[in-house]
Design a protein around this ligand. Sequence first.
Ligand SMILES: C[S@@+](CC[C@H](N)C(=O)[O-])C[C@H]1O[C@@H](n2cnc3c(N)ncnc32)[C@H](O)[C@@H]1O
Length: 295
Amino acid sequence: MGKSSKDKRDLYYRRAKEEGWRARSAFKLLQLNQEFNLFDGITRVVDLCAAPGSWSQVLSRELQGKNAKIVAVDLQPMTPIDGVTTIQADITHPNTLQTILDIFAGEQADFVCSDGAPDVTGLHDLDEYIQAQLILSALQLTTCLLKPGGTFVAKIFRGRDIDLLYSQLSYLFERVICAKPRASRGTSLEAFIVCLGYKPRPGWNPKLDLQTSTEEFFEGADIGKAGNLEHFELPDDEERKIAKFVACGDINDVDSDATYTLELNRLALEPVQMPTAPPYKKALEMKRRGDLIRR
Ligand SMILES: C[S@@+](CC[C@H](N)C(=O)[O-])C[C@H]1O[C@@H](n2cnc3c(N)ncnc32)[C@H](O)[C@@H]1O
């Protein structure tokens, strides 16, 4: 598929290149901010699963001149962004928390976001399970980093048992909203949980270490059994919760599922930032050398 054809099919992809964003995801965070004023008064920020870095670009731009500290974490290496400390690490590994804590030097975060998505295997149940684990890891880090009253935003896929996650989050935050920015395709199950007003569980001192499983970590919080959303159990008498659903972004803005006509002779722009270490890099090198033989 040529660049032009993707430009036609996805106006946010095209607009991202025109405006200098590394990924079209930038518009999702911008639209979430339009609805919830997420950036008001924040200076300590953690961007989890941040590569190639369009959310970090947005944060860096919005918090410019505010003496902000922004830490971006991803498995993939990231090309530097002004005002952002990048860490190449796995958010599911406890050592990553310590690295972030060291950078914050005793301060807590005002805002933690995660746009994490694992590489999809195509096996639906497995993909849903891994995504759920990634959200729980992001939530674990958040409970260790976020200040009371702080905000957590994370990508979710609205699968069968998502209401159980809403229930769990409602123990930890004043308000939990399921938000769908216009830049997120209507045909996709993707949405974002916007969790406002962090309320640490009384008497619970969350700590990540190598010996603790996700289930054990959340045990003290008493917010339901959290190892796997599929087998998630709520405390007795607790009902599943339905989060308020909010569509955000201008209704008159472009539709991410529509195909648009491009002006004649329009140049297809190069992406702002090519992937630094894409998973397909080895295959491309093998193809160039002629080592990739079809069997
Ligand atoms: C959709 S992309 C994020 C896009 C990013 N928000 C942006 O605006 O450029 C999802 C990212 O999640 C990262 N990821 C997946 N699992 C991870 C893990 N366990 N630890 C850290 N990053 C992870 C992937 O490497 C990928 O870069």
